[in-house]
Design a protein around this ligand. Sequence first.
Ligand code: KG4
Ligand code: ZN
Length: 335
Amino acid sequence: MLILSIESSCDETAAAVVEMSHTTRRIRSSIIASQAEIHAPFGGVVPEIASRAHTEALTTITRQALAQAGVSLGEIDTIAVTAYPGLIGALLAGVNFAKSLAYANGKPLVAVNHIMGHVASAYLCHQQLQPPFLAAVLSGGHTSIMKVEDYTTYRTISRTRDDAIGEAFDKIGRVMGLPYPGGAEMDRLAAQATTPLGVKFPSAALRDCDDFSFSGLKTAAVNYIHTLTQRGEEYDPSALAAALTDAAVGSVITRLESLHATRGFTRLVVAGGVSANSHLRKALATFGEVRGVEIFLPTLDLCGDNAAMIGAQAYYQAKIGDFAGTNLNGTSTII
Ligand code: KG4
Ligand code: ZN
């Protein structure tokens, strides 16, 4: 099945063509137009600007995706689009575009959950991977651990109660004066640390339940910076990045350890923008080795938002006849 997929839930406009069957999972093209530069002066995504930029980019990048895949729109079997969760205006830009394309060309349409899309990025990188497994989606908008029961069903067992892990990196990065978004730069800085900061930031893994709370960790880091700045003292950015990374990565591993103790899973998918973090990848490898858990990570190019993952997920929905109608709407929250 040839699927043309569209992703526009946040600040990346993406289009891809994937070729999927019960034996093949292949990316024929994947185009991503990042808006990071447009939002950088504001230190975060400005929703209205994001929606407009998506609308401007969608036609061009879709044409590019088809051209790079060497297929015409007529050869496409199914059109897929991220319908939730995300910024509502940004989602609507992609949903309306995909709906029009599907309707005008008589193609079936599949509405994809962005979080399931991130999970599906692992299918594209690990041809043999199939549910059930445990999955952690760690990104700028989401921090969820779920039991993926089959390709189209999952149950969330752990989530953040406030900030997402990537959001914490980005917000602290903004106070440190790092370029937006701060996650990748924080990763690089943490690797350069030579002397420890001498401060231990609080864990985001809540003690009395399976959830996370990253706002305490964010506030502690921001307070640390403000206190030193007010005193006219300097801090070592790489040591701070390392201490922060230790706390954030440690929180994820702590939660995985506790879930492993209670649920005893043997396969774990970790996806989303933060799954690109080199320190997290190392910690996951150790966790997997010690606990006997097989770890499945997307390649770095598929960690962040992209449309190929949306197409991959759409295939499994199309297989069970889970199609959307022309009344499809975007939804900012999970439905
Ligand atoms: O999956 P994604 O592209 O968008 C959402 O669905 O949110 O994730 C973006 C997030 C941002 O917060 C960004 O700072 C973070 O992923 N990120 C990283 C790294 N690369 C991107 N965080 C930590 N280390 C990285 N190497
Ligand atoms: Zn995402």
